[in-house]
Write a new protein. Structure first.
Lengths: 432, 550
């Protein structure tokens, strides 16, 4: 829908660098430029339509606060740093993860673990921004998140609901950035309520009557200096009305799922979020974030992480099983990640502090080869022994799975070209 | 709480004591606003031409809504509109500007504007903690006639608890990082985007990477640190002139500050980098190594606000002109030089010079611009790049606070409902005990960065949904006996009178004959008179005209 609105507004002047007529050349990828002879619009349209038709989607399970890798995917039992956390077998021989994630352990055939994530940022907002956008925050350039890029490049233009949705009370103001507000995520504080302001309070008929009156009253200003403004606003009103009157609005009502499905996802808020994410992707959404937290366990790490894992473990596994059973896993990338990991050394308050030097993430679906581990930390989990994966490598790998062009450049408002992902290399092993 | 209040009270007294006297002295020599406005119109006509295609002078009721929104951030009351339009005084337009400039809401409106300028670009999310104190402080400055150079100086040299000392907002928004802070200082006060030169020489301007880091070298001793003792968690902007005990290898220490700034070696990013001396890139004036922080930032503020530095006046004049006339001499408003194209350089220079002569008097500039014909023309949609500039005023989308207050006026919402404590702010706010009232919730949904090109600010679907469908607004529109619409319908039998009243409350003007006929017809056709008027009011607050200042 947001994409559609954007197209309809005709991009008069290139809005913060969205693909528009004026800066068209600025947005053509380097790889496309090599192709040479094809004219640009034809090339871009062909590519864009191809991508949109494939219906690729992503569900990002965002572990806000920095989840402890030692209590989740990279346990170190037997080492002083490992603390009391035990490791358990998974469905894949040789891969052991924390006892806190028994359901995910049984789904390991579909999961590719990365145990060698590393960044440099140890502050929550900066590291979150880095993981979500690939850049550190600056005052002058508003970098789009990976979700905004996905909505921009992949979303179906005829979709009448939001393409990019964020579920949960997450921290962070990242979103459409220089791509424009139409690529900001649609925010939902909770998956158990329909989104704010989408319920028609006086019935559809009266709502349509109101829209009719509004349409008539707009014409005065339209003819007296407000032609452009009225035109733009009318498109927004139409898009908003299409959404609230859409027969697909039922997607937000997870109560419609059979009891067995709801039970499979569990009764946590995060479980409801995962179920809604599946429903949204099934309906046509492109990128859905489901937030869980707070993983910022500076004290009482072990009890708190155990509790958080209880909320997250079952829904994560249920989501993968559900997607697989519906034949959607091949085109849906499921990412489990947070902004950084936690210090291997346990602090005096039985907590772990911020640690960007070595942490874990988990991928599944969309061509990802499951049942494997990429990278390795040393015995105490303090440094990376093998195959480090930086944030740019990670984001580039997500782009690869989704079919996003990571090298497209968008112009910032002061004329600086910004790539989707700057530097980094695709982690090829992820795809087997 | 008491401490906060006392501090603000003291700060206010100091501000009045320090700045009132020089301001009064300068005002006597300030150029006459009306004469200056006439001269600006003449220069503009000479430079760009104002031909037959130019829009005519706007009607009184349009003018009144415009100046109210521009100065005090609200729509005029129905009484204000009637009194103004009936007033035969030929100088009533100047008179209303002068009156509103003395209204306390003038300072609040522009404080909120500058709060959005500063905090929209924050690189530290938790900087929102500083926003209330910054807004209060700026309100006080603008209402007390503190000049723009003094405000800039305070923002550059601030120290203290960010929840108590409002002038710390700009530094807090960038977490005290020297590079980010000076980038913002240059962007906001000079309209120069020197941060492009942080990693390489500026691609489209003359600035060198060295010059950027010489500017950052005014700020190495400043840092922001968390403050967890006491009743409320906060942050503190502080400066140190003593060598920190720990020094990171890369030189620039985020949390403690360092004595001198270091420019990273791009070929060897892990090395300490070259130690850089503070030099002001505009004038080339420099300070010695070892200069204490107070001198560094104080001197930077002095050089930056000096009458010899043309960028300081130009950046402010260009921005305020763009806000009022709807189109800047340079766009975006914070990217003016030196190698940028100006649509009317002589006019711009003349106005900036007169603003400097006024002693950087903010009120003087409003009076002057609002007296120009350029400001008073009817508004049109933004011109295409090939059309002549300044032939009409340009409609602007209301900022979040303006829209909120316009809704409060139109729906006559009770004050207690609005400014009382509301929902707890999600995300990081929880940990800091911050609660948001309806205004803040609204602000989060509708806020935008005022420095962005205005044609690039489009609404969002979620915003549109909020005005169309929120239970809060629908409840206020409801024509039950307790609401203002309900009372109006009970008291008044004549449908036409009610429609006119609703137009005055929302769009601050009378309906055209067509509009009146459409609405009256709609009410007559409906089964339920009350419901029909609810629909009329709903349509008016969802109209494009209501969401804009035309």
């Amino acid at each position: 829908m947001f994409d559609n609105f954007h197209r309809l507004t005709d991009v008069r002047v290139n809005r913060r660098g969205v693909i528009g007529r004026r800066d068209f050349l600025g947005t053509v990828s380097a790889s496309a430029a090599v192709a040479g002879t094809l004219n640009w619009p034809a090339l871009m349209t062909a590519r864009a339509d191809d991508l949109r038709q494939r219906g690729m989607a992503c569900i990002l399970l965002w572990m806000q606060g920095g989840p402890s890798q030692l209590e989740t995917f990279d346990p170190k039992p037997g080492h002083a740093n490992g603390g009391e956390t035990k490791a358990i077998e998974t469905s894949v021989p040789g891969i052991r993860i924390s006892e806190n994630l028994p359901n995910v352990a049984r789904a390991m055939d579909d999961i590719c673990l990365i145990r060698s994530m590393n960044g440099r940022e140890g502050s929550h907002p900066r590291a979150t921004h880095l993981m979500q956008t690939g850049y550190l925050p600056t005052a002058s350039v508003k970098y789009p998140s990976i979700g905004a890029h996905a909505a921009n490049q992949l979303a179906d233009r005829s979709f009448d609901l939001p393409s990019y949705v964020r579920i949960g009370r997450g921290r962070g103001s990242y979103g459409g950035g220089l791509l424009g507000v139409e690529f900001d995520p649609f925010l939902m504080a909770s998956a158990t309520r329909v989104p704010d302001n989408t319920t028609v309070s006086h019935g559809d008929n009266r709502y349509r009557r109101r829209l009719g009156l509004l349409g008539k009253l707009e014409s005065h200003y339209e003819q007296h200096g407000g032609r452009q403004e009225v035109g733009d606003h009318r498109k927004l009103v139409n898009a908003a009305s299409r959404m609230v009157l859409s027969p697909r609005m039922d997607v937000f009502d997870i109560e419609q799922e059979p009891e067995s499905v709801r039970q499979a996802y569990g009764d946590s808020e995060f479980g409801a979020g995962c179920l809604l994410a599946r429903r949204l992707v099934e309906t046509g959404a492109t990128f859905v974030e489901v937030h869980a937290g707070n993983w910022d366990t500076h004290d009482d790490n072990f009890d708190r992480v155990r509790d958080l894992c209880t909320q997250v473990d079952q829904p994560h596994a249920a989501l993968l099983a559900d997607l697989k059973q519906r034949g959607m896993l091949d085109r849906t990338l499921v990412v489990w990640a947070g902004e950084f990991g936690r210090t291997p050394k346990i602090n005096p308050r039985s907590g772990r502090d911020h640690y960007p030097r070595a942490y874990s993430a988990a991928l599944a679906g969309a061509g990802v080869k499951g049942g494997q581990v990429i990278g390795e930390t040393d015995a105490g989990g303090e440094s990376i022994k093998d195959r480090p994966v930086g944030v740019s490598d990670f984001l580039r790998t997500l782009c690869q799975a989704l079919g996003l062009d990571a090298d497209i450049e968008h112009m910032s408002n002061i004329g600086r070209p910004i790539k989707v992902v700057d530097g980094g290399e695709v982690v090829r092993e992820v795809f087997g | 709480m008491n401490t906060t209040f006392r501090y603000q009270w003291l700060a206010a007294c100091v501000a009045v004591w320090m700045f009132a006297a020089p301001w009064l002295a300068q005002a006597a020599d300030a150029p006459n606003p009306i004469e200056t406005a006439r001269r600006i119109d003449q220069l503009l006509a000479k430079e760009v031409g104002v031909g037959e295609s130019a829009a005519g002078r706007c009607a009184d009721e349009i003018y009144l809504r415009r100046v109210y929104l521009d100065l005090v951030g609200q729509t005029p009351s129905v009484e204000d509109i009637l009194i103004f339009t009936l007033d035969p005084d030929p100088n009533k337009r100047q008179a209303v500007v002068e009156r509103l400039l003395e209204d306390g809401d003038y300072g609040r409106n522009w404080a909120r504007y500058w709060r959005d300028v500063v905090f929209s670009r924050r690189t530290e999310d938790r900087a929102f903690l500083a926003a209330p104190a910054t807004t209060e402080w700026l309100t006080e400055q603008f209402n007390s006639h503190v000049s723009w150079d003094q405000i800039a100086t305070e923002l550059i040299t601030a120290e203290g608890d960010v929840r108590e000392v409002g002038s710390t907002g700009l530094i807090m928004a960038q977490a005290g990082m020297p590079e980010d802070t000076v980038s913002e200082i240059s962007r906001i006060f000079l309209g120069i985007q020197i941060q492009c030169a942080q990693c390489h020489d500026h691609p489209t301007d003359q600035w060198k990477r060295q010059q950027f880091h010489e500017l950052a070298a005014f700020f190495p001793r400043v840092a922001v640190r968390p403050k967890n003792e006491g009743e409320q968690r906060s942050f503190e902007v502080y400066a140190t002139d003593f060598a920190p005990r720990f020094r990171r290898p890369a030189g620039n220490n985020r949390f403690r500050g360092t004595l001198e700034h270091r420019m990273p070696d791009l070929n060897d990013p892990t090395s300490a980098g070259e130690v850089i001396r503070p030099v002001f890139f505009v004038s080339g004036e420099r300070l010695e190594f070892g200069t204490p922080d107070a001198d560094r930032r104080g001197t930077l503020a002095k050089w930056l606000t000096s009458a010899d530095n043309p960028w300081f006046a130009k950046a402010y004049v260009n921005r305020i002109w763009a806000e009022l006339v709807g189109e800047g001499f340079y766009e975006p408003v914070d990217d003016i030089g030196p190698e940028r194209e100006c649509t009317a350089p002589d006019t711009m220079d003349a106005l900036a010079a007169a603003f400097t002569d006024s002693g950087y008097d903010c009120q003087w500039l409003f009076q002057t611009i609002m007296a120009t014909e350029a400001y008073q023309r009817e508004s049109r949609s933004r011109r295409s790049p090939t059309e002549t500039p300044f032939q009409a005023n340009v409609a602007q989308r209301l900022r979040a606070d303006q829209l909120f207050d316009a809704l409060v006026n139109a729906l006559e919402l009770p004050r207690g409902l609005i400014d009382g404590a509301g929902a707890r702010v999600g995300g990081p706010g929880g940990a800091y005990g911050v609660r948001a009232g309806a205004r803040q919730v609204f602000s989060q949904a509708f806020g935008y960065d005022p420095s962005e090109r205005r044609e690039e600010i489009s609404g969002t679907v979620q915003q549109t949904l909020a005005v169309m469908n929120s239970p809060f607004i629908n409840g206020a529109i409801n024509a039950g006996v307790t609401t203002s619409l309900g009372r109006l319908i009970s008291q008044q039998d004549d449908d036409r009178t009610i429609v006119i009243e609703l137009y005055l409350r929302t769009l601050s003007r009378q309906p055209s004959d067509d509009e009146l006929a459409t609405c009256v017809e709609y009410v007559r056709q409906g089964d339920d008179r009350r419901e029909a008027f609810e629909d009329v009011l709903w349509s008016l607050i969802n109209s494009t005209e209501f969401l804009h200042r035309r």
